[in-house]
Design a protein around this ligand. Structure first.
Ligand code: ACO
Length: 308
């Protein structure tokens, strides 16, 4: 059997491709692209909520938020490690992010204006992330699929903490309820955009589905997320900001309004509300951390020398 036939047979049997297996260059490139973008999203995703750690309204909320943001850092690290198994270099990936040569999720370019945003990010943004990532636990590349299992478990804690925070605020004062509704109004549409462009305009979906990297298309997952969120919004007592949102008994799904795809394109291409700040912050963090990386490398080299 040729190497290519062995690769195809592994995919067809629904088994995993492992780092030492032969794989087509296109598969390797696609996996590095997706894993790197995903890792960058986790790391940049620490910023919007990290901004609220010092302003959390109670010790309990602060401890929860700290743990959550720390989890996101962990997710980024597993994912960079998964990309390294494909021959990518972590420092190089970070440079590509900072130089705007690699993407990260559009959602993290929006500002967090009030503490209700922390709850809504947990509920909607982490909810969308789970919806997108649970099927990735069956992705064909072994290290990515395995990293995703732990990531999804932690994301589901993130979603619950967000929903619980919102429930608490909704039981509070009128001003708190207004704050929640305002945050829902601002995050709903960007959350739907997280799933990517519509299928007809998604250049990567067909090949990624054939390679079983992706198990569902962008539109299928977006629909699943809308269907999941509607009853949750009603239990919470908030309105989703879409006058066209309604149950369609024939499709057995919710219909929803047209997404502003020009906004997604703008944000992806670097012109969202906070793209410049997010990247500048990441660049500074990378520079500030340089001495730690050099010290760790020097220490490792010294230990190697002693052993040798
Ligand atoms: N934000 C930024 N870029 C996006 C987004 C988005 N919301 N949606 C799509 N894109 C990019 C794609 O990465 C692709 O870029 P490239 O080809 O220039 O590298 C381009 O737009 C076209 O999109 P698709 O052809 O649909 O790309 P793909 O098949 O990779 O699907 C998706 C995009 C659904 C995001 C996929 O890559 C994926 O499932 N990634 C893993 C999950 C992930 O990265 N989540 C991050 C946010 S969740 C979190 O961190 C809490």
């Amino acid at each position: 059997m040729t190497q290519e036939a062995a690769f195809t047979a592994t995919i067809e049997k629904d088994q995993r491709i492992e780092p030492r297996d032969w794989m087509p260059d296109g598969y390797r490139k696609t996996m590095i692209r997706q894993i790197a973008q995903h890792a960058h999203s986790e790391i940049i995703g620490m910023q919007p909520e990290g901004a609220w750690i010092t302003r959390a309204p109670s010790l309990r909320r602060k401890a929860i938020l700290l743990a959550k943001v720390q989890d996101e850092a962990g997710h980024g690290l597993y994912l960079y490690s998964a990309a390294e198994t494909l021959g990518a270099d972590r420092g190089d990936l970070t440079r590509r992010l900072i130089e705007g040569r690699q993407k990260y999720s559009s959602i993290f370019n929006y500002p967090t204006l009030t503490f209700a945003d922390v709850g809504v990010i947990g509920w909607l943004v982490d909810g969308a992330a789970i919806c997108n990532q649970v099927p990735l636990c069956r992705s064909s590349f072994g290290p990515y699929a395995r990293a995703m299992i732990r990531i999804c478990k932690e994301e589901s804690f993130h979603q619950r903490q967000g929903y619980e925070l919102l429930m608490t605020m909704m039981r509070g004062t009128e001003a708190q309820r207004d704050m929640v509704q305002d945050a829902v109004n601002r995050w709903w549409w960007p959350s739907l955009m997280m799933f990517g462009p519509p299928d007809a305009e998604s250049p990567n979906t067909a090949q990624s589905m054939a390679w079983k990297i992706k198990r569902h298309t962008n539109d299928e997952l977006r629909q699943r997320f809308v269907d999941m969120s509607v009853p949750q919004a009603s239990a919470l007592g908030v309105t989703l900001p879409d006058p066209d949102l309604r149950w369609n008994p024939e499709r057995e799904h919710h219909d929803f309004g047209e997404i502003d795809w020009s906004e997604l394109k703008r944000v992806i291409s670097g012109d969202g509300p906070l793209n410049a700040e997010r990247i500048e912050h990441r660049r500074r963090a990378d520079e500030d951390g340089e001495w730690v990386r050099s010290a760790a490398a020097a220490h490792a080299a010294k230990k190697q020398g002693v052993r040798g």
